[in-house]
Ligand binder design. Structure first.
Ligand SMILES: [Zn+2]
Ligand SMILES: [Zn+2]
Length: 357
């Protein structure tokens, strides 16, 4: 293994080459390992719904070729001379961002995910002017600030979905003081983030109601995830019973939907926390917010500090994600199934077992 200052490494990832979003093998070089950098062999990487938006240019800011993947767990192969936190052989994780300005107010407050100059793990440009590429690749070079330790005893494929979906739920609940027991929470939509939402909210001691557009996931929600109630949003009678009862709703639905039916479920000061990436404007009428002093807010992943805290919390609570492990050559089918919602929660790609080297 080469040291600092040696040539860039050429590695293989799976990239989308155009907005069809079809992924295929792609060779590219990683930057040299800088002082603060950690060179990581990727073990596995979760597939997030955002990956689909990005590879298909649905947010209209995609650059190609694009290697997606921002829920990766890997093993440290080498570290730069200024890296003290990690050693060769450590199991580590990387989430949605790999850079920030380090001087703005969010950065100073250790909320670097809100830095306006944050650098996305993929589909962005790094400080060296080169495109960033994500976790569906054999290796990555990442600044140590954006690398977290995976707790001992937590399986890599279990940790992967926590790095985006897990912290996405954990962070707002903590920030808004909703991480105390005895609250009543709603989880809208039961995809990757929703699934994690139920698990984390239950682990915090909440009474959790899953609200879904169909009855399809009732058994999964109640029997496998441990939700307390399951309500189909088109069932007016059940929705009426639920009115004014929830302290918060985590809205994970990644497509357009009216907000009024869900605002109506919140009790006084209740919060609707938007977590789904939707590229069309949402709608509501103001009395739904005013009469009940409800708020509509949003939240974006979590800080590196919160990510580490969340991993420890999940380990302590023995929290397990429902995942389906696939190889890299199944990634296009997996993306398609995810888009059609034909998946039990979260795909995790076994990158190390997919012969990318
Ligand atoms: Zn994600
Ligand atoms: Zn900043």
């Amino acid at each position: 293994m080469g040291g600092q200052g040696e040539a860039e490494r050429v590695i293989t990832g799976w990239a989308a080459k155009d907005p069809s979003g079809f992924l295929s093998p792609y060779s590219f070089s990683l930057r040299k390992i800088g002082e603060e950098d950690v060179y990581i062999k990727v073990l596995c990487c979760g597939i997030c719904h955002t990956d689909i938006h990005q590879i298909k240019n649905e947010l209209r800011m995609s650059g190609y070729p694009m290697v997606p993947g921002h829920e990766l767990v890997g093993e440290v192969v080498e570290v730069g001379s200024g890296v003290s936190k990690f050693r060769k052989g450590d199991r580590v994780g990387v989430g949605l961002i790999v850079g920030c300005c380090r001087s703005c107010i969010p950065c100073q407050q250790e909320e670097e995910q809100y830095c306006s100059k944050k650098i996305w793990t993929y589909n962005d440009v790094y400080t060296d002017g080169k495109p960033t590429q994500g976790g569906f690749a054999s290796h990555m070079v990442v600044d140590q600030k954006f690398v977290v330790k995976i707790p001992d005893g937590m399986a890599s494929e279990q940790a992967a979905p926590l790095l985006c979906a897990g912290v996405t739920v954990y962070s707002p609940l903590k920030h808004f003081g909703l991480n105390k027991s005895g609250l009543r929470g709603g989880i809208l939509g039961l995809g990757g983030v929703g699934h994690m939402g139920v698990k984390i909210a239950k682990a915090m001691g909440h009474h959790v109601t899953v609200i879904s557009s169909s009855d399809k996931k009732r058994g999964e929600a109640l029997d496998h995830l441990g939700a307390d109630e399951f309500v189909v949003s088109s069932n007016a009678e059940k929705m009426q019973e639920l009115a004014d009862s929830l302290d918060y709703i985590i809205d994970t639905v990644p497509v357009f939907h009216p907000l009024d039916p869900y605002l109506a479920l919140l009790r006084l000061n209740g919060k609707l926390i938007l977590n789904g990436v939707i590229n069309t404007p949402l709608q509501f009428v103001t009395p739904m917010v005013m009469l009940g002093r409800r708020s509509i807010t949003g939240s974006f992943i979590g800080s590196m500090k919160e990510t580490e805290e969340m991993l420890e919390f999940c380990k302590e609570k023995g929290l397990k994600s429902q995942i389906e492990i696939v190889k890299m050559d199944y990634i296009n089918q997996a993306m398609e199934r995810l888009e059609k919602n034909n998946v039990r929660y979260r795909f995790v790609v076994d990158v190390a077992g997919s012969n990318l080297d």
